[in-house]
Structures are given as structure tokens and as C-alpha cells.
Ligand binder design. Structure first.
Ligand SMILES: NC(=O)c1ccc[n+]([C@@H]2O[C@H](COP(=O)([O-])OP(=O)(O)OC[C@H]3O[C@@H](n4cnc5c(N)ncnc54)[C@H](O)[C@@H]3O)[C@@H](O)[C@H]2O)c1
Length: 430
């Protein structure tokens, strides 16, 4: 049988599968130009979006109202009307830090049941090189009875958005595209050019595009790991890391990375996708995994430094009251996924300290559900033996070091994980 024709430009009906931080802005982007169906298995998510509310705060109510070609559904039957499927489901790791492809497998099944001849499936979820064609495509073939690159086509176009970042948006970030045949690659590239004004980079294959995404975050993870290791060394040497970085940063090609907790579901997770694939083919990565180990140890390091400062002031860790400011994995965003602030909290608790966590951005219900943490909604001055600025939310910076310190008792320890407060007003910083 002849290879099926790709969708016509004037008859492109897009489905976006998985309406999270990545999928929703994408669905809105396409919904401005093309008939678009936003699909999610989470009924509550569909209900809020139908009421023009987005709890991830990536898309405003006005934007949702101003996208007339976008519909939302939790009914997989509605997908049958579409001829382009874009998959943006999560790709987490399991407890053993191995890729957990469950959502991707399940979304591929859903697409396989809805897809017709000539359709194109584009994956955006971050994976290891080969996952699209080795894992997802065979599932779609099996479920649909259709043949890859004869009856349907695939593409991979990694997402680069940054939660909470209002400047780098879908439209303004250059997007990498790829396709399973030269014609499919042209189709996918032209599709994204309709919404991404910054333009596209057409990679030579799906595997190249997959690899490009995973190394973007691996490179970032490793650069931060190097700075974290420097912070561990400089602490032992009694040198302030931020001052060293400010001095070294005056050189034109010194990269401006900072030490810190590496959380979120991207930078601290994606390298494990690459190392998993490497191990599968008999290569045991050393540099990538050692960087991961350094970054994963930073929460414990922060807590231990605070406990040392407390002990030097004759404050016992056991029974001490400690305030941690911020739980989100980064500033000015409600995203709690894989936040490493929990490592700081866990280490304090292992000393039997009482830890209060305050974060005006995150949902108290989600903090309880995900981490068993009861957030403290209001802070009472003069309460704590130690205060840790863990996330540099706007509200904390507006308070300033003196008012933050005032939540503590006289003589309390104030530690600045983010190097966000004036050095002379804190007791120590990373
Ligand atoms: N958030 C980011 O900044 C970012 C940036 C670049 C790439 N990515 C990658 O994009 C992917 C999605 O990330 P996200 O942050 O949008 O995740 P998310 O957790 O915010 O959203 C995922 C959505 O998919 C839905 N979902 C799960 N399984 C599904 C299924 N089988 N069918 C339909 N819907 C399903 C969930 O209900 C949820 O609404 C991941 O692979 C991630 O690594 C994320």
C-alpha cells in the first residue's frame, strides 16, 4: 500500500495529550491558530481549564478565554477527530532513579486507539535517545494495527519552557523539531513554525532531537554540580563562595552558575534517563553520575552547616525550632515536584528538631499529599532557633534580612541557601 498522505495545512486538527506545565501553554499556542483539543486523564484538571483556571499559573484566565479554537476533554473518544497528536505527559524516575515510562506508555496506548491513516504523533516529553521509536511507536502500531512510516508518522520536538518564567515563552524559544521521514520532519517543522515565532531547528533524526534535549539539562546539572563541589571546598577553606564567584565572573568566559539545591522534575531527573540508556548499552557513566551525587547531597550539607552554627551557639538541635522559608523547587512558582528542600527538612528532623515550613506560593494540600508536610500559613516573630532561606521567593526578598531574622529568637542562626540576602546580615550562606 502507498504511504499515507500527511495532514493538509488547512485540515490540521491537533490534540495535546497531558495538560501540565508543558502541555497547556502548547495547547493554547496551537489553539490560537488551529482547531485544538486539550486532553488529560485528570478530570479535575479538565474541569478547572473549562472554567478558564490554571493552577500552574502558566496561562492566565484572559488567555484561556481568548483561545476560541481550544477545547478540553478527558474523554479519549474525542481524540479520534484529530490527525496530529502531541504527547506532553510526565517522564519521572522511580525510587531507584530509573526512568518510569508508565505515563508515556499509557499515552501511547491512548494515541494508538485513536489514530487514523496519515496522522502524525509528536512526542515532547523528555526521554533518552531511542525511546520514541523503541518504546512508543511499537505500542501505537500494536494498538492501531497501522504501520509506522506507511500509515502514520512520528516526530520529536523537545520542550524548553521554564516554569514561572514569563519572558521565555513557547513563542519566543527556538524549538528543535524532527520527524520519522524527510516529509514528516518538514511537516513537524512547519507545524511548529505556525506558533513559534522564534523559529525552529530541524534535527536530522528523532534520536538526535531526543539526545539534544536530555543533554541540555545534563549539562546544566553538571555545571551546577561543579559549583556545588567548589562550595563544599571553599566552606572547608573558610572562603565565601559567592565572593569567589563574583571575582571569577569578571572573566568574559566564566559561566555564571550558582551553588544550590537541584530540584524540579527536569534538571535533577533527566540525566538519569541518559545514564540509564548508557548503562543499557554497556557504558557506565562516571562524570554525569558523580555530578548527580554531589547535587543530591546538598540538602544534607545545608542542614549540617546550620546545626554546626547552632551548636557553636549552644543551641541543641534536638527540640530546636527551625523555620525553612520556601518549599517550591524554585523561586516564584508553585511547582513542588522533586523539590530538594525536603532533604534539608529531613536532615533537621533526623536530629529531632521541630521544623516549620512556610511557602506562600505552594498549595498546602499538595505539600501534605506529596511530602506529608503541614505548611505553616502565618509566622510568629521571635519563635525560631534557626531560619533558613531555602527559596528566594519575591515575598521573602521584599521582607529583607532583618524582618526574616526577626522570626527567630535573639541569637538565632540565619542561613541563606540562595545567596539572596546581604552577606553581612546573615550568619552563613551556601
Ligand atoms: N515543566 C517543565 O519545565 C518542562 C520543560 C521541558 C520539558 N519538560 C518535559 O515535559 C514533560 C511534561 O512535563 P510537565 O511539567 O508538563 O508535566 P506535568 O506533571 O505538569 O503535566 C503532565 C500532565 O499529563 C497528564 N497525564 C499523565 N498521564 C497521562 C496520560 N496517560 N494521558 C493523558 N494525560 C496524562 C497529567 O494528568 C498532567 O496534567 C516531561 O517529560 C518533562 O520532563 C518539562
Amino acid at each position: 500500500m502507498d504511504a499515507a498522505a500527511l495532514p493538509r495545512r488547512d485540515d490540521t486538527r491537533v490534540a495535546v495529550i497531558g495538560l501540565g506545565y508543558v502541555g497547556l501553554p502548547l495547547a493554547v499556542g496551537f489553539g490560537r491558530h488551529l482547531p485544538t483539543l486539550g486532553f488529560d486523564i485528570n478530570q479535575a484538571r479538565i474541569a478547572e481549564l473549562r472554567e478558564h483556571r490554571d493552577h500552574t499559573l502558566e496561562v492566565s484566565t484572559e488567555e484561556l478565554k481568548a483561545t476560541p479554537q481550544l477545547r478540553f476533554s478527558a474523554d479519549a473518544g474525542d481524540l479520534k477527530a484529530c490527525n496530529v497528536f502531541i504527547v506532553t505527559v510526565p517522564t519521572p524516575i522511580d525510587d531507584a532513579k530509573r526512568p518510569d515510562l508508565t505515563p508515556l506508555v499509557s499515552a501511547s496506548r491512548t494515541v494508538g486507539r485513536a489514530i487514523g491513516r496519515g496522522a502524525v504523533v509528536v512526542f515532547e516529553s523528555t526521554v533518552y535517545p531511542g525511546a520514541t521509536e523503541e518504546v512508543c511507536v511499537p505500542i501505537i502500531e500494536r494498538e492501531s494495527g497501522l504501520k509506522y512510516n506507511v500509515d502514520f508518522y512520528a516526530g520529536y520536538s523537545p520542550e524548553r519552557i521554564n516554569p514561572g518564567d514569563k519572558e521565555h515563552r513557547l513563542e519566543t524559544i527556538l524549538k528543535v523539531t524532527s520527524g520519522s521521514t524527510p516529509e514528516a520532519a518538514d511537516f513537524v517543522d512547519a507545524l511548529y513554525r505556525r506558533v513559534v515565532t522564534a523559529g525552529t531547528h530541524k534535527a536530522s533524526s528523532i534520536r538526535v532531537a531526543e539526545a539534544a534535549k536530555v543533554i541540555e539539562n545534563t549539562q546544566r546539572d553538571l555545571n551546577i554540580a561543579l559549583i556545588n563541589e567548589l562550595a563544599l571546598i571553599f566552606h572547608r577553606l573558610g572562603i565565601d563562595t559567592a565572593e569567589v564567584l563574583a571575582a571569577a565572573g569578571t572573566k568574559w568566559n566564566f559561566l555564571p552558575f550558582r551553588p544550590g539545591l537541584v530540584g524540579g522534575h527536569c534538571i535533577g531527573v533527566d540525566p538519569y534517563y541518559l545514564t540509564h540508556k548508557a548503562q543499557q548499552i554497556g557504558y557506565h557513566p562516571e562524570v554525569i553520575l558523580s555530578g548527580r551525587r554531589i547535587n543530591d547531597g546538598m540538602g544534607q550539607h545545608v542542614a549540617q552547616r546550620v546545626i554546626k552554627l547552632m551548636t557553636q551557639r549552644r543551641i541543641h538541635a534536638a527540640g530546636a525550632n527551625i523555620l525553612v522559608l520556601g518549599l517550591a523547587f524554585k523561586e516564584n512558582c508553585p511547582d513542588l515536584r522533586n523539590t530538594r528542600v525536603t532533604d534539608v527538612v529531613g536532615e533537621f528532623r533526623s536530629y529531632h528538631a521541630n521544623v516549620d515550613v512556610h511557602d506562600p506560593w505552594v498549595s498546602a494540600e499538595e505539600a501534605r499529599h506529596e511530602y506529608g508536610l503541614d505548611l505553616v500559613p502565618e509566622l510568629v516573630p521571635g519563635t525560631y532557633d534557626a531560619v533558613i532561606l531555602a527559596v528566594a521567593h519575591r515575598q521573602f526578598l521584599e521582607l529583607g534580612a532583618e524582618r526574616i531574622r526577626a522570626f527567630g529568637k535573639p541569637g538565632c542562626v540565619l542561613f541563606d541557601v540562595k545567596q539572596a540576602l546581604p552577606r553581612e546580615l546573615v550568619d552563613d550562606r551556601l
